[in-house]
Design a protein around this ligand. Structure first.
Ligand code: SF4
Length: 662
């Protein structure tokens, strides 16, 4: 394929409209990645690579589920050689899915694997380097010598891949950067990008361009920043290689899905990403529908432009951690500024509703993840005032914890406004200034006025009303899961900044239940620092809906209400059953707020990939566990039967343990 080039002026992130980053097309066997091809779905096997039958069966299940590229670990030459048997058996069964050999530390295994698979993945942090972190200053000469050493070890693989027409993924992981990079750039997105570029330049020197790049991290914010930086460096250096997206060690269940949607979705919204892998600590087939749902949004929908156009100054999506906003008080709750991102929950006004809400509140306070602002929809019927009054009286003991908002549709305001801590005005393209005026004057000193509309222009016009001068106002945009919403909300934030307004922003979704689209939209906005409160659906407050809201805030690193778990998806190197072990450790430690525990299947990559975890539980050998505090191994080869208790003891020794509430 002839070399193609792009220039910085041709592509940069436009925060206000979707445009896919132009890339060259890289063939991975019969699957074309990049260019205008669909976003490709991939996964990785978890069976031992030497178990040909089990690995073939798992690849077949993956292919049937819709996986387009399957990765298999090749930790030594033996496994690399066995890829031949796996490939042959798949072909005999009529399965032509391209295979990728996953290589760490072993250039020799990579050279063998290249004979049998369509793509080789290397980790630039450990392809030629050991895994001990040494503090060391590198002079320019020493750094140059290191680069020559890499070139010498890496070039044979490049030449072989070129000759056999195989593809290469240079897959950087945040947690496993080389000492050389760590000492020069630190454990940073910049270090991740430079780590990949060291290897890309060697490929280019040998005129090999079938390269795909990845910048994975378990923290979606770090990962988003690294990919954006990489995209920008690619443009600067006239490089146009496709990207493989993934959040490493995302975990399992809803947490893993929300984290992946927030990280991968943020980048897809920016037009970055050509193939994706959702890493879940579950059977690999379970990753496929999640990845398909994420990719589909960008394959089917028309993102060609936002429906609104405003003359706004540019907002850097990788800018400050949180958009500056004023603090407003609504009942007992502070919202905006540096206050935690608040959770708004709709409720249905039914006779039993207040008692149900009280029970829910009691349960959720134990988890430190309660409803905080209750939104009650006004119903223009004669029974509403008495229902509302009895609801408020039943919840009176909780008025020091909960704020009550009443919401009105445009044109449906009653003559007499019931008291509330905030009024929500919902409208489409049209609004009635007199209605806003009466809501504003009914707010009182502790109330807020929330303006909700599906149009940025309408919101901006409302905010310009004279009547609102000096008032505390929250603005938000519906519906939260529309394809345009990320760009529209960025447009709103930019328009507010331009108008000198620092009103807090509520991110709201109008769907009955939260779904992956809400995680993408609200997750990417929170990662961009936009949003002071979230309302994840219009369905009434429930345990699941509150879990979703708090899981989303936790995934974006914005509000930590439980233990953060980082668990690897497992692969052929895994030394224990990751799914059941993760479940067990979660049940014992899941109540510890604000600490990060990593559960990793092997010591080869586990310690490197668990990045910034506080404690690590890592497979040290068959039936043996190593325990870590930060990056230091403090207990080696503990029998797995006692490892859970030892982990708890370790957390206790470090003053991070609290007993669970009964
Ligand atoms: S940490 Fe987990 S996924 Fe990574 S190589 Fe080890 S066992 Fe495989």
């Amino acid at each position: 394929m002839p070399a193609q080039t792009i220039h910085r002026s041709v592509w940069s992130i436009n925060p206000f409209s979707f445009r896919r980053r132009p890339t060259r097309v890289v063939p991975v066997g019969n699957v074309l990645v990049g260019g205008s091809n669909p976003i490709r779905i991939q996964s990785m096997t978890t069976t031992p690579t030497m178990d040909t039958e089990a690995t073939v069966a798992q690849v077949l299940r993956l292919a049937r589920a819709g996986c387009e590229i399957a990765r298999i670990t090749a930790p030594t030459i033996l496994e690399a050689q066995n890829l031949e048997n796996i490939k042959k058996s798949l072909l005999q069964k009529g399965c032509e899915i391209p295979l990728v050999a996953d290589i760490h530390f072993r250039p020799d295994a990579a050279l063998v694997a290249a004979d049998f698979v369509e793509k080789v993945r290397i980790n630039p942090g450990n392809f030629t380097d050991g895994k001990a972190f040494k503090i060391r200053e590198y002079t320019e000469d020493q750094y140059g010598a290191e680069l020559r050493r890499i070139e010498q070890k890496f070039t044979p693989l490049v030449l072989k891949l070129k000759r056999l027409k195989r593809a290469l993924r240079i897959g950087t992981n945040h947690g496993s950067l080389s000492d050389r990079i760590m000492n020069r750039f630190g454990d940073t997105p910049l270090g991740m990008v430079e780590s990949a570029l060291e290897f890309v330049r060697i490929c280019q020197k040998n005129d090999f361009h079938d390269i795909i790049l990845s910048m994975k991290a378990s923290n979606p914010r770090v990962m988003v920043e690294a990919y954006r930086l990489l995209a920008s460096r690619m443009a600067e250096e006239d490089m146009d290689y496709p990207f493989h997206l993934g959040v490493t060690e995302a975990g399992d269940g809803p947490d893993g899905r929300i984290k992946s949607a927030a990280g991968i979705g943020s980048l897809l919204e920016d037009g970055i990403g050509d193939t994706i892998r959702v890493s879940l600590t579950e059977e690999p087939e379970a990753e496929i529908p999640v990845a398909q749902e994420l990719a589909e949004r960008y394959t089917k929908k028309d993102f060609s432009s936002t429906e609104e156009t405003l003359d706004v100054s540019y907002v850097d999506p990788a800018g400050p951690a949180r958009r500056p906003s004023r603090v407003v008080k609504t009942g007992p709750i502070e919202l905006g500024g540096s206050a935690p991102i608040r959770v708004v929950s709709p409720v249905v006004l039914a006779p039993s509703g207040a008692h149900e809400l009280l029970r829910l509140l009691e349960d959720r306070l134990k988890k430190d993840a309660p409803p905080e602002i209750i939104e009650i929809g006004y119903q223009p019927n004669p029974a509403f005032p008495s229902l509302y009054q009895s609801f408020r009286s039943t919840l009176a003991p909780e008025t020091s914890r909960l704020a009550f908002w009443l919401s009105f549709e445009e044109g449906k305001l009653p003559a007499q406004l019931p008291p509330a801590d905030g009024y929500v005005y919902r409208c489409g393209d049209r609004f009635e200034p007199r209605e806003i005026e009466s809501l504003n004057s009914a707010c009182g000193p502790k109330g807020v006025l929330v303006l909700r509309s599906s149009s940025v222009l309408t919101l901006v016009s409302m905010l310009g009303l004279k009547v609102l001068e000096g008032r505390m106002v929250v603005a938000c945009l519906d519906p939260g899961s529309s394809t345009q919403t990320v760009h529209s909300l960025r447009l709103l934030a930019a328009a507010l900044r331009r108008a000198g307004s620092d009103v807090p922003i509520l991110l709201a979704s109008n769907g009955e239940d939260p779904d992956l689209a809400v995680a993408i939209v609200q997750g990417s906005l929170i990662c961009d620092g936009i949003g002071d409160a979230v309302s994840v659906c219009r369905g009434p407050a429930s345990r699941d809906r509150l879990d979703f809201a708090y899981n989303l805030l936790q995934a974006c690193g914005s509000r930590l209400t439980k233990t953060e778990f980082v668990s690897c998806p497992s692969c052929g190197r895994t030394l224990f059953d990751l799914q059941s072990t993760t479940e067990r450790i979660k049940s014992k430690t899941g109540h510890l707020k604000g600490i990060k525990i990593a559960i990793m299947g092997c010591i080869v990559n586990g310690p490197g990939e668990m990045a910034d975890a506080d404690f690590g539980y890592v497979g040290g050998g068959p039936g043996k566990i190593n325990l870590y505090v930060g990056k230091n191994c403090v207990e080696k080869s503990i029998p797995s039967e006692v490892a859970d208790e030892k982990l708890v003891e370790l957390i206790r020794q470090h003053g991070k343990w609290v007993d669970p509430l009964s």
